[in-house]
Design a protein around this ligand. Structure first.
Ligand code: ARG
Ligand code: ASP
Length: 765
């Protein structure tokens, strides 16, 4: 879910990452690929035994390389499994229970009947889609009482990783130093296309090649994607989202952030479109669930799909991100969120319409605030500068490396200085046009429809007819959750932000003239635009769309909201985008070389690749932390803490009556620990967005919790992981079982699972 968030970040332009190659050194004729791989894997591996580095330095490692790189460290920390138990292509392994959920979150198999667990916030969109005012599953929760009651979710997918292969040599074959970036990327794309058709796979499987270490290494992922994924159960938001945005990114935490789905397959257990004839999928592996609980110091690992990290940035990039970009987008979202929050609190209908959108916007807004605070508190920029000084000393002490890498940091400085205003404008644009002002996002979509219609010339009507059903269905979804009064207020406030925040030379004249006409009164401007626009109202819009293609297009082009949207889009495309992309490509190339330099100059250091939405393993231990001087946070929370936070009737901290009753009667069943119900715990696992829903596993590979968040003081871990302060937050699996059984009365689901007691070696079920 969170994946979309990083997509707005400039470092993220994945298409460009593919264009990179680290050993492409200016005066080097041919790239010695073998040598590099040797350096990267073998030399690094040689040093492992002598290295003092452990998982405490963080790291999200590639499962197929664990055997070579990490297994000793992991076992030393307490892991009782072998590398083959974690990842194997010949036998079933833990990997086969791990699912990429909808492409943005992680989930895991917990029964041999396709039962799958993920976070409540990962299933939120689906739970919301099935909710109405009468049947409000967000509010009341949902438990399918039998398989017939499970709910279909069109578009939702569940992807398994069949195999991971290092394809660096094939991807970089024929890439030579003389190539410019475009030639290079063309060669790489060609190689990838050949690879895609050549790699062994079944018909139901796909291949995806991904770049690692900023384009220095490539892996192919053979995947299998299931498409019939049904909603099985979810607690009410009072449990699944307890603490809501106030508690989000915060420890101590008491959120029961889980939901359950079931994967269905064809009769031969293969992916199939939704059908009543489909049967529950039988996974190659599913996770046993530990009833033994967790204690401080226990080994934990998290297996999932982290989305994006940038651990190897130069200090100048961190500085820009913190001081310019984060600050601007925090401020923009501040304004939008305040408006939406007020409207949601005043109207139950608006609350349902905007709950999911609000949560998404608020999530990264709060993350960036924490990130900035953490970068400041940990002196990340100063530390990185020190690191750079050490690196430069090594580089300059050798004449060959001095030629190759000596100018890297000053080149970064130049590029980032030039990049700043374009980077800022890009963020304003994406925050305002794509994310926060809904009518502008709609203009954006209509604009591409209008452009393509016009480009098609004589074939325009044909194009119109072929695309119209998709536009209709998009609009249906759009208006279901749209309130024009809310959007109008956001529009007025954020347009002002745009005009005041973006470099003057990037602003469209049309917009500036409008602003002038209304004498800088943005509210008045919004009132007028919204009074006359057809885009903000489904009846008007569908009426408009029922006319002939040419008159629909003419009417859209005259619409006042559309005109403002398009003026901003066109100005952005003409004045910002080209330069933005150009400098961004330069920065990516520098980053590729910089990554290579770091690996080459520090042969004793074990490097893990930045997250890129591919399968990874991270491990650590259950551990508390000191958020500030004199304060220690214990690593576990209990149901008692929910009662401490309880505020009757509150939008964030209400507690359902039934849960209060169970608490009062101490009806805890087999889930209690010393008379208490555990709720959450934290550990030193290095996680990020996309890891939500990932299983937290014990030393034997049993499920002990469900990852869903990180602590506020440590959200900078995406840029500057620090084991002293960075913690991931997990919901205790015993709380999940307790809620399913005692609160949801869905014990039959637990009967499907395999409960174990590894600490006492007694198999319960
Ligand atoms: N911060 C967590 C993550 O990035 C949880 C987000 C969902 N919860 C919320 N209250 N918005 O996904
Ligand atoms: N909450 C995040 C997610 O949804 C996890 C994180 O950022 O720690 O993936």
């Amino acid at each position: 879910m969170i994946y979309i968030e990083y997509a707005q970040n400039h470092y993220l332009n994945l298409s460009v990452i593919i264009k990179s190659n680290l050993y492409l050194l200016q005066n080097q004729k041919k790239i010695n690929m073998r040598f590099f791989r040797f350096l990267l894997l073998n030399v690094v591996a040689l040093f492992i035994s002598t290295s003092t580095l452990t998982a405490q330095d963080g790291g999200m490692w590639i499962p197929s390389l664990v055997k070579q790189l990490n297994i000793d460290d992991m076992q030393e920390m307490g892991l009782e499994l072998t590398a083959d138990d974690l990842y194997s292509i010949n036998n079933s392994s833990v990997k086969d229970a791990i699912v990429h959920f909808g492409g943005g979150c992680t989930a895991e198999m917990i029964s041999n009947q396709g039962l799958m667990l993920t976070n409540h916030h990962c299933g939120y969109g689906e739970i919301q889609a099935h909710s109405t005012l009468e049947n409000n599953y967000l509010k009341d929760g949902f438990w399918a009482k039998n398989r017939d009651e499970e709910l279909e979710n069109p578009g939702l997918t569940a992807t398994f990783i069949i195999r991971i292969e290092d394809v660096t040599n094939a991807v970089l074959s024929g890439v030579i130093a003389e190539m410019n970036e475009d030639e290079r990327s063309a060669q790489i794309s060609k190689n990838i296309a050949t690879l895609n058709s050549g790699l062994e796979k079944e018909e139901s499987q796909d291949v995806k090649v991904k770049s690692f270490f900023d384009g220095n290494q490539y892996f192919a992922f053979i995947t299998e994607t299931y498409k019939d994924v049904r909603l099985v159960g979810a607690p009410p938001s009072m449990i699944g989202k307890f603490g809501s945005d106030t508690d989000n990114w915060v420890w101590p935490r008491h959120t029961g952030d889980f939901s359950m789905f079931r994967i269905y397959a064809s009769e031969d257990n293969k992916p199939a479109e939704y059908s009543e004839k489909n049967v529950p999928y039988q996974p190659k592996h599913f996770l046993p669930i530990s009833l033994d609980g967790v204690e401080e110091g226990d080994f934990t690992m998290v297996y999932g799909f982290p989305g994006r990290t940038q651990e190897y940035l130069p200090s100048v990039a961190i500085k820009q991100l913190k001081e310019v970009i984060n600050s601007a987008r925090i401020e923009i979202r501040n304004k939008a969120l305040k408006i939406v929050d007020k409207e949601m609190r005043a109207d139950e209908g608006i609350k349902i319409q905007y709950a999911s959108k609000y949560a998404r916007i608020a999530n990264y807004w709060k993350k960036w605030i924490g990130e900035n605070k953490g970068l400041e508190a940990s002196q990340a920029v100063v530390k990185r500068e020190k690191y750079e000084a050490e690196l430069m000393e090594k580089i300059n002490s050798d004449s060959v490396s001095k030629v190759k890498y000596g100018n890297l940091l000053s080149d970064f400085d130049k590029s980032y200085a030039e990049f700043e205003k374009y980077n800022l404008a890009n963020n304003f644009y994406s925050e305002i046009v794509y994310r926060n002002v809904e009518v502008l996002r709609l203009s954006y979509i209509l604009n591409s429809f209008v452009n393509k219609y016009e480009e098609a010339g004589d074939k325009g009507d044909e194009y119109f007819k072929s695309k119209k059903p998709r536009i209709d269905s998009y609009l249906k979804g759009f208006y279901k959750n749209y309130n024009s009064e809310v959007d109008k207020k956001v529009f007025a406030t954020l347009l002002q932000e745009y005009v005041e925040g973006v470099d003057k030379s990037f602003l469209p004249e049309y917009l500036l003239d409008e602003v002038d006409d209304y004498k800088n009164n943005y509210t008045k401007m919004a009132d007028k635009v919204f009074a006359k626009s057809a885009l903000i109202n489904d009846t008007d819009m569908f009426m408009l769309l029922s006319k002939s293609p040419s008159s629909v297009i003419a009417k859209i082009k005259k619409d006042p909201a559309y005109k403002i949207g398009v003026s901003i889009i066109n100005a952005y495309n003409a004045k910002v985008e080209p330069k933005y992309s150009e400098i961004n490509a330069e920065i990516k190339k520098l980053q590729r070389t910089y990554m290579a330099a770091q690996i080459e100059m520090m042969p004793n250091k074990k490097f893990y690749p930045d997250a890129n939405s591919t399968l990874r393993i991270t491990w650590g231990k259950v551990d508390g932390y000191e958020p500030k001087d004199g304060v220690y946070y214990y690593p576990k929370t209990y149901l008692d803490g929910i009662m401490e936070k309880y505020v009757p009737g509150d939008y964030e901290f209400n507690v359902p009556e039934k849960l209060r009753k169970i608490y009062d009667e101490k009806d805890f069943g087999i889930y209690a620990e010393n008379g208490k119900i555990p709720v959450g715990f934290i550990g030193t696992n290095h996680t990020t967005g996309g890891n939500s829903g990932s299983p937290a596993l014990d030393a034997h590979g049993n499920l002990i919790g469900l990852n869903f968040d990180r602590v506020w003081e440590g959200t900078m871990s995406d840029i500057n992981y620090d084991a002293n302060i960075c913690r991931n937050i997990m919901v205790d699996v015993k709380y999940i079982l307790f809620i399913i059984d005692k609160y949801g009365d869905a014990k039959y689901l637990i009967d499907e699972m395999k409960l174990v007691r590894p600490k006492t070696t007694l198999i319960v079920d």
